[in-house]
Design a protein around this ligand. Structure first.
Ligand SMILES: [Zn+2]
Length: 75
């Protein structure tokens, strides 16, 4: 609630998202597997071979989940 108030004060929008699988889902092909995370910091898709930093993948997936929720919200 404090984060939401601060964000709104700064003219930002806050959307809560379900964090499940955000660190395991490939942003390139959508393949979701714990094997996509060989180490804490590496993301390496076992399906399409996409490689990235695990934090980048997590942030991308959280952003996408938020945008999907915002689009689904009744106007
Ligand atoms: Zn992939």
């Amino acid at each position: 609630a404090i984060l939401a108030a601060k964000a709104e004060g700064a003219g930002r929008e806050v959307i809560a998202v379900d964090p499940r699988n955000t660190s395991r889902r490939c942003p390139a092909c959508g393949h979701t597997a714990k094997e996509n995370r060989p180490t804490q910091e590496k993301f390496h898709c076992v399906s399409c071979r996409h490689k990235a930093h695990a934090d980048t993948v997590g942030a991308l997936n959280v952003l996408r989940a938020g945008l999907v929720r915002r689009d689904a919200r009744p106007a």
